[in-house]
Design a protein around this ligand. Structure first.
Ligand SMILES: [Zn+2]
Length: 263
């Protein structure tokens, strides 16, 4: 099943019990019938039914004619990498969206408290856990603790959620709705592994794939192969700008798209 198929199926499934949406593990799709009953895969059990909006927005691309793309960085903050990303973005006058891990934000609060001011910060769970494997209480704990960390450290409430690895279960959607989140996936992941030793390649590959409305995923934590993106972020932004594409935050991209004339 394609990711798009999963999204459609998952959202439609919420109308029922939301009892089991397929999850992607590695390259293998595992349907609900193969999830262990005692391994934290409790049925999503929509106990919040009848409350709230009863729906949540899940986006991986924004439809717009405007020449904008969203740059997103996951898994930080971390010493060294995150300041390097922030330095580059400052120098280029670019605002991005950082999906932070709550416990890392608490640990490195002094490093980023002021420096995130110009950027958007979203929730990437407390400890980078697979939300598709957690029951409602576990999902709420992961999201609430990260939410509170962002509010305490940065003085603002996050409104965007990116689940680690993009793994979504029905429970995540219902808790996201409860906490007022929209779920943000991505339309393009920078291919650091493929171009770890090829700086020109990562720049060309990322720039060539960019489209108006794209949501581009990079990381500011991880194994050393990912450094190719950090080290060559200037070239990537320059390449996007050469194509007439301006990098912005996810929310700025959505706001700009909302202002598009009706089709
Ligand atoms: Zn992540």
């Amino acid at each position: 099943m394609s990711r798009r198929g999963l999204m459609r199926g998952g959202l439609a499934g919420l109308g029922g019990a939301a009892a089991g949406i397929a999850v992607l593990r590695g390259r293998e799709w595992i349907g609900p019938d193969r999830l262990p009953l005692d391994g934290g895969y409790a049925p999503a059990g929509n106990e919040l039914g009848g409350q709230g909006r009863g729906a949540v927005s899940v986006l991986w691309h924004v439809r717009t004619e405007q020449p904008l793309v969203a740059l997103t960085f996951d898994d930080g903050p971390a010493p060294d990498w995150t300041p390097r990303v922030l330095d580059t973005l400052d120098r280029l006058d670019v605002a991005a969206t950082f999906f932070v891990v709550g416990q890392r934000l608490r640990r490195h609060a002094a490093l980023v408290r002021d420096r995130y001011a110009r950027h958007e910060v979203g929730n990437h769970t407390w400890a980078h856990k697979d939300l598709a494997q957690r029951d409602e209480r576990g999902v709420r704990d992961q999201l609430r603790r990260c939410h509170d960390a962002v509010a305490d450290v940065l003085g603002r409430e996050p409104t965007l959620l990116r689940p680690p690895w993009g793994h979504l279960g029905g429970t995540t959607l219902t808790v996201a709705e409860e906490l007022g989140y929209d779920v943000v996936m991505w339309s393009r992941q920078m291919r650091e592994a493929a171009f770890a030793r090829d700086p020109a390649g990562i720049v060309a590959d990322t720039v060539a794939a960019a489209r108006p409305g794209a949501i581009i995923l990079a990381h500011d934590v991880g194994d050393r192969r990912r450094l190719v993106t950090i080290d060559h972020l200037t070239g990537i932004v320059a390449g996007l700008r050469d194509r007439g594409l301006r990098p912005v935050t996810v929310s700025a991209l959505r706001a700009a798209a909302a202002a598009d004339p009706a089709p």
